[in-house]
Ligand binder design. Structure first.
Ligand code: SAM
Length: 215
């Protein structure tokens, strides 16, 4: 299988054709080899229009969802971004190409370890990964110019609002454990936040102190 052709088709048919127009996001998604972030047996499906299993009952997000969430942050290049739910590390890799530094938190150690390995192989060196509960954010690295949450939350954790810089954007799925609405919150001032509802989505649950209870 020619992954370069598959990737070009993915970007044209799933991302550009559906209205994502941020050129830097399009370039990043054209460059990152998504097939390396899934297990060998699933590599031929890596550029399909769907989320895929990555083990530990978790998923690598659908390419379109990665593009929409990344574009919603309106990145310019100088940002420090907090990502919750490293998963396979694919979304992390896309962000790392677009910003100064990515701080990513994953609660499942085996996934964090695998993601670290692939990001190192790809020489994406501007990423810090922490294993732990991302619902409380990353206090000693805050504030962030953007926060991207790749798991569904019952509501908006206060810590994310506290750790967002003025002018910064928080993108997260909010809803029940089966379906959510993708929400973007922009911090306009110290106590002034604006919220937009973007689209329906389905993510695995955000599990932790400020999210869903889990084992
Ligand atoms: N964006 C990722 C990718 O491209 O592979 C997919 C992320 S997957 C949909 C959601 C991830 O969030 C899972 O790996 C899950 O373990 C993680 N997660 C859930 N709750 C979390 C929490 N409180 N802190 C950190 N990670 C969490």
């Amino acid at each position: 299988m020619d992954y370069t052709i598959a990737r070009r088709r993915m970007v044209e048919q799933q991302i550009v054709a559906r209205g994502v127009s941020d050129q830097r996001v399009i370039e990043a998604m054209s460059a990152v080899p998504r097939h390396l972030f899934v297990e060998a047996g699933l590599q031929s499906h890596a550029y399909g229009d769907a989320a895929l299993p990555i083990g530990e009952k978790q998923t690598i997000s659908q390419p379109y969802m990665v593009a929409v969430m990344t574009a919603a942050l309106e990145l310019q290049g100088s940002e420090r971004i907090l990502e919750i739910g490293t998963g396979s590390g694919y979304q992390t890799a896309i962000l790392s190409k677009l910003v100064k530094r990515v701080y990513s938190i994953e609660r499942i150690a085996v996934l964090a370890g695998r993601a670290r390995k692939i990001l190192d192989q790809l020489q994406l060196s501007n990423v810090n990964i922490k294993i732990g509960d991302g619902t409380v954010g990353w206090e000693n690295q805050a504030p962030f110019s953007g926060i991207l949450v790749a798991a569904g939350s019952p509501d908006v954790p206060q810590k994310y609002l506290d750790q967002l810089d003025i002018g910064g954007r928080l993108v997260l799925p909010v809803g029940d454990q089966k379906q959510q609405i993708l929400v973007r919150i922009t911090r306009k001032g110290k106590d002034h936040f604006e919220q937009e509802q973007m689209m329906g989505c389905r993510f695995v649950p955000l599990i932790g102190e400020q999210g869903w209870q889990g084992s």
